[in-house]
Design a protein around this ligand. Sequence first.
Ligand SMILES: Cc1ncc(COP(=O)(O)O)c(C=O)c1O
Length: 301
Amino acid sequence: MLSTNQYIHLPILEEKNIILALKREDLLHPFISGNKYRKLKYNLIAAKEQGNHTLLTFGGAYSNHIAAVAYAGKEGRMNTIGIIRGEELHDNWQGNPTLEQAYKDGMQFKFISRQTYKEKDSTEFLEELKQEFGDFYLVPEGGTNALAVKGCEEILTEQDAEFDVICTCVGTGGTVAGLINSSRKNQQVLGFSALKGDFLNKIVAEITTKENWRLMTDYHFGGYAKTSLELIQFINQFKADTGIPLDPIYTGKMLFGLFDMIKNDNFARGSKILVVHTGGLQGIEGMNTVLKKKNLPLLDI
Ligand SMILES: Cc1ncc(COP(=O)(O)O)c(C=O)c1O
């Protein structure tokens, strides 16, 4: 499946002589948006080939991945089980738009403590889940595994060879790994980390063999799902200027970071930059409920 590249025209790009396009992966599918579609594609095929009718996965309260797996299960007539971080949500998840939609799409939840969540990949815990739910096809947190990387290798096409720089956001590393694998030698892949710290460098290095990439680790705004007035204003302004919505957890931070780098002359004049819009727009509604409580302005929908 192909998505279109949308060219962006803004005064700063003209001033710095930068050509910028957004690959609209967010428009691939109304619910399984952006990289989720790519990451699930071969996993769904594998589950079916193994004769497995239940998908089990992990995620946080506003997870795009949880939303995508629930919908993919509904579409593919498979059962879905979401192991959700935060046992406090057990009696308290109604009103959370992501979980409400996932529930409507047929997902069954199990809420676990943050401590147990850290051990979610252990053999003991997975064995306990098998005892409780029976056999399942395991989709890891964020959907990242070798089949997900294979799916993300299909994001770039022949026509993208003209770009010097390819940008994406990074959570678990699968998307950027796929892009690195299918990029050309002369292209540089920049990953904007949505998480604090630089541990993702090691993870990405382990799942790719090339070296034409770099992670930007200074645009996390305090950590995963943390936000600020400056970020909200940037996202709303970007939408007003271009008509393109960005999510506050991944794509908003990436574009904020990229424009900061452009302003600071990090790219040679004449550079052609392609940004992969990885979707995540379902998370805006959930973030707005958080912003409202903090008396911050809301994200335009
Ligand atoms: C919208 C969006 N963009 C980017 C990412 C990061 O992708 P990855 O986990 O493959 O690094 C995610 C999370 O998986 C996401 O939901």
